[in-house]
Design a protein around this ligand. Structure first.
Ligand SMILES: Cc1ncc(COP(=O)(O)O)c(C=O)c1O
Length: 926
């Protein structure tokens, strides 16, 4: 039978294959199926259909080279069927393959690996182990990279022969015979868990890779030097940059000792000498995946639950007897099922461990999380990042220390500072007044604050820079640059990055550089590299040696200069907290603290004290288990899930902003709209074509001061006449859609690893329905109604209140009232308010408020006032309240304001209570 030949012209892969390898692949197969079906049924113009089918097959085929299923054999069979002219058989085969890809049945159903009875004879040889005997085992794919197909095939055959019934997993090899193809496979094939790299493969792919080629160069950082012997470790490095979790094995005929001891060998799990130990290779591959699959705490909890344990401790609910025997709360048991109760325990022994002092399986689980998330240490938290932040703040901040902190930080940081007695030096984020939200803190602002402290001789008191990354609305810092420049001013500064929303980001090669741990890794590598040292020396020369402690803090040029830290004296001290429950499969309140601190040993004792201060002595076992499982999932399928959530977000952005009806009333803000020009040196306005190439976007993500996380989508609702809160209510009550947060004229929607294309379709339909509804109402409206609508839109979109900046702490809470920096003793103010006789209330609209702002005595806030939205404190204890804050509060149309009871009014510290405070600014009296 004549074989259909793939077009001679090499087929092109685009960058959309990067984001949506799964969805792009599905789309292609769906289109192919539709044409094949029409062709098979004899509908339409068969010549034309055949032409389309050939084009589609040519489109599908290159991508299929990177997956085990359907694999080269089935693709050849497909071409054979087409060449044979049996349209119905071809259509049936396409349908079968497409359905199998969609359902993932090839992972578990042996019959899906055959196209028809004829091919069954060779099935046993092709079938992944475990499928043959019908026992399900988790399935993955193994990338084998070797010089030419024949040799790889024989390796693959050999590997297949080693399959044993007792293997815990089943895997199927995928081959690549060039450097570029191997990197593309790592990008598009989300089933890959490991790669075996043999010596001597070529560099160039036979496909035209265009944008993907640029991407490969970005990750590989090499051009083809024509020296295949050097490709192995370089390939390992490129794959690890994209998928750090993947295990890599090197098989070499020469120089194994050298490969095993080189600097880059840390990227490789094991090095093998070509001719020996294939069984060892097979076992190593399984062992590598087993290591990621193992969930030490969860595994033990399951064993514990299965044991007939008598409990005499204080947790009646454990084992569930009080529930299943109950006459009145049986439904609790029915709803949650027995395992929840069997797995409940207050024990820290007998197979379990203590969260407060982990030495067994919790410790192991935390160590695995450290490996997965690129930290040195990980600590699990069972009371959300609210508590994790307080732990880190208390562990690191001492009374009197100055903490440079974004005022928009989550309130846990502010309360943490009250507890620690440190002085917040509030930093202002750039405002986005038109949407009633803040962005993030510009690097210039942070540098200015540090340089002012330096000029005033207070830099030694500056302890931490505390920032939220990414922000609620998706602004991602350039963490690497922020840390680099701050460390150039103070080499032992500590960084706390609150990445409550951002834990998933580790598993996206795009986001990773914008995470605290990702940036810390880059900095650590840089500081150790001769290239960085040379760059630093060059810069030092250009500064005439006036660097580090000798920096001239009064020189404004420093604000615009890229400052470099001294690699010899800099200490890299980075902490990151994340609400695992917000972006991964952890139960509510599951949180993690990541530590990458060269001097952790110095503060380990106090870190534990802080951990004990805030952690329950009865932590929830299920939350701990879910943290362990969330880690397992991210290491094994995080890449696929995160890339998919990014793809969904990009799709939603495109659909909403380009839809003729929806875009009349709704708009998803682009990076160009969310990040002011001065923080976007790249000039990139939006993701991908026609606005920019993806390579430009990646460059922007690497270098721009701020970038926008595409998965956080601000949808402006004001033009449809809805404020954020109203629209959130409408979505929840009428359409069963829950969203994240609101602003005066927008809602924030996010995609995460849980979302599907159906969710996107549902949201789009809702937006289309609402748009149609508004359109209809406007069509039927009389002029007065139309005017009312226009006025409402104008009010929402234009009459927006200015966002108030932090004013200052009252002099009573300042050490040095003349100081140019604005830190203050917030703890002293906070506890002054504990004396009722020292407090007073003034109603918001009381004319006295305006009078006192004009003439004094100053209004000094007694507590935090935090409106939701926007969710940041517009007043903190000890802060002098000024007119802009009052105006903002009067305009606020939100119901939920923490720390403010409208029936009582503003809670203030009485002026004479401030006078009582001993020495001026002597804040330590409380
Ligand atoms: C930036 C930030 N940090 C911390 C938290 C608190 O996290 P959790 O809900 O896990 O306690 C939040 C909650 O929304 C947050 O937005």
């Amino acid at each position: 039978m004549a074989r259909e030949k793939a077009a001679d012209k090499p087929s092109e892969l685009t960058l959309s294959d990067f984001f949506s390898s799964t969805d792009a692949r599905r789309d292609r197969w769906s289109r192919l199926e539709a044409c094949a079906e029409a062709y098979g049924a004899g509908r339409g113009n068969s010549e034309k259909l055949l032409g389309e089918i050939r084009v589609l097959l040519d489109g599908v085929e290159p991508l299929e080279h990177y997956w085990a299923y359907p694999g080269a054999a089935l693709m050849h069979s497909l071409r054979d069927l087409l060449a044979g002219g049996d349209g119905a058989a071809f259509s049936g085969a396409v349908h079968r393959i497409k359905s199998t890809i969609f359902s993932g049945a090839y992972r578990r159903d042996p019959s899906s690996w055959e196209l028809d009875e004829e091919s069954q004879s060779s099935l046993a040889d092709r079938l992944p182990p475990g499928l043959a005997d019908g026992t399900y085992k988790p399935y993955f794919e193994l990338l084998t990279v070797a010089p030419e197909a024949a040799r790889t095939n024989s390796n693959q055959r050999e590997l297949r022969k080693l399959r044993r019934p007792e293997d815990p997993f089943t895997y199927e090899p995928v081959q690549a015979s060039s450097f570029e193809d191997a990197v593309v496979a790592a990008i598009v094939n989300t089933n890959l868990q490991a790669a075996v790299i043999y010596d001597g493969f070529q560099f160039k792919s036979r496909h035209a890779l265009t944008e993907l080629g640029e991407l490969i160069r970005r990750y590989a950082q090499i051009e083809d030097d024509g020296m295949p012997s050097s490709y192995g470790l370089k390939l390992a490095s490129a794959i690890k940059k994209i998928r750090p979790e993947m295990d890599i094995y090197l098989v070499s005929e020469r120089g194994v000792e050298e490969a095993a001891t080189s600097e880059q060998s840390r990227l490789v799990r094991r090095v093998f000498y070509e001719v020996e130990e294939l069984m060892e290779l097979h076992l190593s591959i399984l062992a590598g995946v087993t290591e990621r699959y193992a969930t030490p705490f969860f595994d033990n909890l399951k064993k514990y639950a299965a044991r007939p344990i008598g409990t005499f401790h204080a947790l009646p609910l454990a084992r569930g007897k009080s529930i299943f025997k109950s006459n009145w709360i049986k439904d609790m048991g029915q709803f949650y099922g027995p395992n929840l109760f069997l797995a409940e325990s207050s024990a820290t022994t007998g197979g379990l461990d203590s969260l407060l002092d982990p030495v067994g399986n919790i410790k192991e689980a935390q160590d695995k999380a450290a490996r997965a998330f690129g930290a040195d240490h990980v600590f699990f938290g069972t009371n959300g990042t609210s508590t994790s932040n307080k732990i880190v703040v208390q562990a690191l901040c001492r009374p009197g220390d100055i903490i440079l902190i974004d005022r928009n930080c989550h309130k846990s940081h502010h309360y943490g500072l009250v507890l620690a007695g440190s002085q917040p030096l509030y930093l202002e984020a750039f405002p986005m007044v038109e949407y009633s939200m803040y962005g993030a803190v510009p690097l210039r602002t942070i540098k200015q604050a540090l340089l002012t402290l330096k000029a005033e001789g207070k830099l030694d008191k500056a302890r931490i820079v505390d920032l939220t990354n990414c922000t609620f609305d998706g602004h991602m810092y350039n963490c690497r640059r922020v840390m680099e420049e701050c460390l150039a001013i103070k080499p032992d500064l500590i960084f706390l990055w609150d990445e409550a929303w951002f834990g998933f980001a580790r598993f996206s090669p795009f986001h990773r550089i914008r995470t605290a741990m990702g940036a810390a890794q880059v900095l650590q590598e840089n500081f150790a590299s001769p290239e960085y040292r040379a760059r630093y020396e060059e810069w030092k020369k250009s500064m005439k040696g006036k660097v580090g402690a000798d920096l001239d803090a009064s020189d404004p040029a420093l604000l615009d200069m890229y400052l470099l830290p001294d690699p010899d004296t800099t200490r890299l001290r980075v902490y990151q907290t994340n609400s695992t429950h917000k972006s991964m499969s952890a139960l509510r309140q599951g949180s993690m603290i990541f530590v990458r601190d060269q001097d952790f040993h110095e503060i380990e004792g106090q870190f534990h004290e802080a951990f004990y201060t805030h952690t329950s002595t009865s932590p929830n076992q299920q939350i701990i288990a879910s943290l362990d499982l969330a880690r397992r999932q991210m290491e094994l399928e995080g890449y696929e899930m995160v890339m998919s959530s990014m793809d969904l977000a990009l799709d939603l952005r495109k659909q909403v902003n380009n839809h003729p009806l929806i875009s009349k009333y709704f708009r998803i803000l682009t990076p160009g709209e969310m990040v002011p020009k001065e923080y976007r040196a790249s000039g990139v306005e939006n993701y991908g074509r026609p606005h920019s190439t993806w390579n430009e976007v990646l460059e922007a993500w690497k270098e721009d001061e701020f970038a926008l996380d595409p998965t956080r989508l601000t949808i402006v609702t004001g033009r449809a006449g809805y404020d954020g809160t109203q629209f959130k209510g409408l979505l929840a009550s009428k359409y069963d859609v829950q969203i994240n947060k609101t602003s005066r004229n927008s809602i924030l929607v996010q995609t995460n690893i849980n979302n599907s294309r159906s969710d996107i379709a549902h949201l789009l339909k809702v937006l289309a329905d609402v748009s149609r509804d508004v359109e209809q109402r406007l069509k039927e409206a009389d002029s007065a109604e139309k005017a009312a609508f226009d006025a409402r839109v104008k009010s929402l979109m234009e009459d927006v209140p200015d966002l108030p900046n932090f004013s200052r702490f009252h002099d009573a809470f300042r050490d040095n009232v003349e100081s140019g920096s604005s830190e203050g003793h917030m703890r002293a103010a906070f506890f002054t308010a504990y004396r009722a006789e020292d407090c007073e209330y003034l109603k918001l609209n009381d004319p006295q408020v305006d009078e006192r702002i004009r003439k004094g005595p100053a209004l000094v806030s007694a507590n935090f006032v935090i409106p939701y939205p926007p969710g940041f404190p517009i007043m903190v204890p000890g802060q002098v309240i000024e007119a802009d804050t009052i105006t903002f509060m009067r305009k606020l149309d939100v119901k939920e304001i923490h720390g403010y009871d409208a029936s009582l009014g503003l809670k203030l510290l009485k002026p004479d209570s401030l006078g009582k405070r001993g020495k001026k600014g002597g804040a330590s009296d409380l």
